[in-house]
Design a protein. Structure first.
Ligand code: APR
Ligand code: ZN
Ligand code: ZN
Length: 361
């Protein structure tokens, strides 16, 4: 039986979101219905409602979530009703050229549920990142459910579903930070601070946090940054060089998504160092760098989608580290809110007051 639940809907570009009744079908083959327990508010949700992703309104927002599998459709073997899961937007296909080369984290054909959730009048909804978890229940592909230790707090665990995983993975997976490395992180919001934590987990000896907001830098210090730089009070490239014996950092992670901070990252790394772009730029942004510097400085310029994570590999492992007290996911939950407070959370996010607001059901 299809079920009626409440969900946060963006009806039109720029319009405030509102709660509406949605219909969640029973899971078909390869699908699962998940009772959502917590869902973080991410920039991408705001981008959807501002029309920055595409025009497929109405959207069912929310995609950074954890919950319990309620029912599964035919042929589902990877999860069962009652499993505690983190939802992911990288359900890998196993068939594409990336998967076949043994690099499923780059899967080019990830999948979502085939059936549509709808508004009460039958209008089909477009779920954010194929998830749509600002809803009491949501329909996803079973591969989007990653089973983890049920002792984890849903609010903290759900954050691995997007932003925190992006930051952790930018350091650990994409940047390949190793023991003894020097790392600089430019932009210390939820994503950048997760990169700080990732760098620490990976054994970095020096972790330089860079932001324009002292309160973000203070948080970064609490999470493991060894040095902080406020780029309002001087050239951050010079500051990073000074802190690294005049050379620059081995890995610089850009977690803002702007040309000027990318350029800082480019010049703040040591020769043969690595730049990781995890901040998401907008379509009109351009960079202009001397090609000779790109060549002459060597190293690697990489971008990091979803922290190059493989959910089935990374989520259970990171939740285990969290449970052992080695990964402080709770630090990213600035506030827990109710489902009808998402619009307010967008405002707080816009003002930079929070690492994450998390809707708890
Ligand atoms: N230099 C340094 N830091 C900056 C600058 C700058 N010029 N401009 C902004 N910042 C800082 C902000 O002060 C803030 O702490 O960057 C941080 C951005 O953090 P959030 O707005 O909380 O965003 P977050 O969720 O961390 O995402 C960062 O990654 O996933 C993408 O779309 C997301 O592009 C965004 C980026
Ligand atoms: Zn694939
Ligand atoms: Zn997100």
């Amino acid at each position: 039986m299809a079920q009626q639940v409440r969900g946060v809907i963006a009806r039109a570009k720029g319009e405030p979101v509102r709660i509406e009744t949605i219909t969640v079908p029973d899971p078909g083959p390869g699908e699962a219905v998940v009772k959502v327990q917590a869902c973080g508010v991410c920039h991408t949700d705001l981008h959807y409602r501002e029309g920055g992703i595409n025009d497929d309104f109405p959207f069912l927002l929310g995609h950074e979530a954890a919950g319990v599998v309620e029912s599964v459709g035919e042929g589902v073997t990877e999860v069962a009703p009652g499993d505690f899961v983190i939802l992911n937007w990288r359900a890998v296909c196993g068939q594409c050229r990336a998967c076949k080369r043994g690099r499923p984290q780059y899967c080019f054909a990830t999948h979502n549920a085939k059936q549509k959730m709808t508004l009460a009048d039958g209008t089909e909804l477009a779920p954010a990142l194929g998830i749509g978890a600002f809803a009491e229940k949501t329909l996803v592909a079973a591969g989007q459910c990653t089973k983890v230790d049920p002792a984890a707090s849903p609010a903290a665990a759900g954050l691995l579903g997007c932003g925190v995983m992006a930051g952790l993975g930018a350091a650990i997976n994409t940047g390949g930070v190793g023991r003894g490395d020097s790392v600089a992180v430019i932009g210390c919001g939820g994503v950048g601070n997760a990169a700080v934590v990732g760098a620490r987990l990976a054994g970095a000896a020096k972790i330089i946090a860079v932001d324009i907001d002292d309160s973000k830098l203070e948080t970064a210090r609490g999470l493991g940054a060894t040095d902080t730089v406020n780029s309002r009070s001087g050239d951050p490239v010079e500051a990073i060089r000074e802190l690294t014996g005049g050379f620059g950092a081995d890995v610089v992670i850009e977690a803002v998504g702007r040309p000027e901070t990318y350029e800082q990252a480019f010049y703040a790394r040591d020769l043969a160092g690595t730049v990781v772009l995890v901040g998401v730029p907008t379509p009109e942004m351009r960079i202009d760098l001397p090609l000779l510097d790109v060549f002459g400085r060597g190293g690697a310029l990489k971008s990091s989608w979803y922290g190059d994570c493989l959910p089935s590999r990374d989520f259970p492992m990171l939740i285990d580290l969290y449970r052992q007290g080695r990964l402080d996911l709770d630090a990213f939950v600035t506030e827990t809110i109710a489902l009808d407070e998402v619009e307010k959370a967008f405002e707080r996010m816009h003002h930079g007051d929070v690492l994450r607001s998390v809707v708890v059901f």
